[in-house]
Design a protein around this ligand. Structure first.
Ligand code: NDP
Length: 406
C-alpha cells in the first residue's frame, strides 16, 4: 500500500528531500510539505512530482498546530528537515499521534549551543511501546558517514580502531561569505569548542584549534579543521572497538577571516541584546542579512568530498579502508535546483524514508542510522545520485601504524 509522507521544513534540504521523494511514486501516494513560510513550500511543490505535493503553513514549535496538521493529513512518516530545535517538539507530536519519525540533525536547545543525542535517545522506550520508529541522522554527516562505517564494519573489518570522518567542500559559490546550510546552526557548530574521542573519553579542544592538510580524492590537499560532530557520539557506542574518532572539515581562509571578524564584533553571539526596545539575538539577525543557503546553487562550481578513513584489523592483519562520495555542485543543481550540500543531505533523507516505508528498515524504537543494515542503503545511494567508492588497504591521510598522527 502506498504511503502518505509529511515533510517539515522548506529550506535547502527540504527542497531536495521533497523533490526526490516526489519521484518515488512506487512508495508514496501523497506528500505534504509544511513549513513556517508557506510560499517556500509552494515554490518547491511546483517543481516536484509525479507524486502530488500539497503544502501547508505550520509552526513546529507549536504542539497544537503540529498535531492538528498530523491529524488532518494522516501521514505514515514525518521527515523533519526544519531545524534541530524542532526535533523534540516533532518527536513528541509523532509519539502522541503514532506516526514514524526521521531527521538529519540531533536536537539542540535554542539557548545552549550543545548538540547531542541524549535528549532523543530518552524516547526509545516510549517509541518502542507505541510501535513506532524514529530514525536519527539520515543526512550525509550524520547519515551517510555512519552508514559508511557500518558497511566497513560489516564487510571489511573484524574491528575498527581509528576513524576519521573528513568533509571537504571544494566548491565556489562566488560570494565573499555565506554558509551552505542554515547560517545560525552552521555558525553555532563551528564556533563551539572542538571535541574528539580517544581511549574511552572525550577530549576538548579550543574552537578550530587543530588543523591539517588532508588529501581529498580528485581534489588534493585541503586545510581541514577538527570539529565536534554528533555522529561521533553514536558511532563510538555502536562500534565500541573504536579507540579514536575524529571529525574534520575544510574552511577557506576567506571564510575563516569573515567568521573571526564577525565573532570579534559580537555578531555570532546568541546572548540576546536590547535593540531599540526589542530583544534580538545577534546571530539570528546575522542570519537574516546573509544569503539564503538555498539561493547559492546557481553558478556554484566545484565539488564536495566526504568520507570515512578507517584503520583496524581483519583476520589478524592491519587493514585500512576509505569510503567516500564526491558530489558536483553543478550536477546537484541540474537534478534538484540545489547545490551539493543540500543535495548530499536531502538524498539520504529520502533514502532513509524509503527504506522505512518499504519496511526494509522498520523496527520500533529510536535508532541511529548505523544500527540498521547498511547494505540496502548503500545500494540505493548511487541510484538516487550519490555514488560512493571504496579504497581498501590504500594510503590514508592518517598513516602511522599506531593510528597516531604522522
Ligand atoms: P534552512 O534554514 O534552509 O531551512 C530550514 C527550514 O525549516 C525553513 O524552511 C524554515 O522556515 C523551517 N523552519 C524553521 N523553524 C521552523 C518551525 N518552528 N516550524 C516550521 N518550520 C520551521 O536549513 P537547511 O535546509 O539548510 O537545513 C535543514 C536541516 O538539515 C537542519 O536541521 C540542518 O542542521 C540539517 N542539515 C543536516 C546535514 C547533514 O548532513 N546531516 C547537513 C546540512 C543540514 P523559514 O523559511 O520560514 O525560516
Amino acid at each position: 500500500m502506498k504511503k502518505r509522507l509529511l515533510i517539515i521544513g522548506a529550506g535547502g534540504v527540504g527542497n531536495v528531500t521533497t523533490r526526490k521523494c516526489a519521484r518515488m511514486d512506487d512508495t508514496y501516494e501523497k506528500i505534504m510539505l509544511a513549513s513556517r513560510t508557506k510560499s517556500k513550500c509552494d515554490a518547491i511543490a511546483a517543481e516536484s512530482g509525479p507524486v502530488p505535493v500539497e503544502t501547508a503553513k505550520v509552526d513546529a514549535d507549536n504542539p497544537k498546530e503540529l498535531k492538528q496538521l498530523i491529524h488532518a493529513f494522516q501521514p505514515d512518516l514525518v521527515i523533519n528537515v526544519a531545524l534541530p530545535y524542532q526535533d523534540l517538539p516533532i518527536m513528541d507530536a509523532c509519539l502522541e499521534t503514532g506516526v514514524h519519525y526521521l531527521d538529519t540533525a540531533s536536537y539542540e536547545p535554542k539557548d545552549k549551543p550543545e548538540f547531542e543525542y541524549s535528549w532523543q535517545w530518552k524516547y526509545h522506550d516510549q517509541y518502542d511501546q507505541a510501535g513506532i520508529m524514529a530514525l536519527l541522522g539520515s543526512g550525509f554527516d550524520p547519515g551517510v558517514t555512519n552508514v559508511f562505517v557500518a558497511y566497513a564494519a560489516k564487510h571489511y573489518f573484524d574491528e575498527i580502531h581509528y576513524l576519521d570522518i573528513v568533509d571537504c567542500n571544494a566548491g565556489d559559490h562566488g560570494r565573499s561569505f555565506a554558509t551552505n546550510f542554515n547560517p545560525e546552526i552552521n555558525i553555532r557548530e563551528i564556533t563551539q569548542p572542538g571535541m574528539y574521542y580517544e581511549h574511552g573519553s572525550w577530549k576538548k579542544t579550543k574552537p578550530l584549534e587543530f588543523h591539517r592538510a588532508i588529501d581529498y580524492p580528485r581534489i588534493g590537499p585541503r586545510n581541514s579543521y577538527l570539529l565536534y560532530h554528533e555522529e561521533l557520539e553514536s558511532l563510538v557506542k555502536t562500534f565500541p572497538s573504536i579507540k579514536r574518532a575524529r571529525f574534520w572539515m575544510t574552511f577557506s581562509e576567506e571564510y575563516l577571516t569573515h567568521l573571526r571578524v564577525l565573532q570579534n564584533v559580537g555578531m555570532t553571539s546568541i546572548e540576546p541584546i536590547d535593540f531599540e526596545g526589542m530583544s534580538i539575538q545577534p546571530l539570528q539577525f546575522l542570519k537574516e542579512v546573509l544569503p539564503e543557503p538555498s539561493s547559492l546553487g546557481e553558478g556554484y562550481v566545484g565539488e564536495t568530498s566526504i568520507g570515512c578513513q578507517m584503520r583496524g584489523i581483519k583476520d589478524g592483519k592491519d587493514r585500512t579502508c576509505y569510503i567516500f562520495n564526491n558530489c558536483s555542485h553543478q550536477e546537484a543543481y541540474k537534478d534538484t535546483g540545489s547545490h551539493a550540500v543540500g543535495y548530499t543531505t536531502g538524498v539520504p533523507a529520502s533514502i532513509g524514508a524509503r527504506l522505512m516505508m518499504q519496511e526494509t528498515w522498520m523496527k520500533s524504537g529510536v535508532w541511529n542510522i548505523e544500527q540498521l543494515d547498511p547494505d540496502p542503503f548503500m545500494e540505493l545511494l548511487p541510484e538516487w545520485g550519490l555514488p560512493w567508492e571504496v579504497i581498501l588497504d590504500g594510503e590514508l591521510s592518517f598513516k602511522n601504524s599506531e593510528g597516531e598522527d604522522a
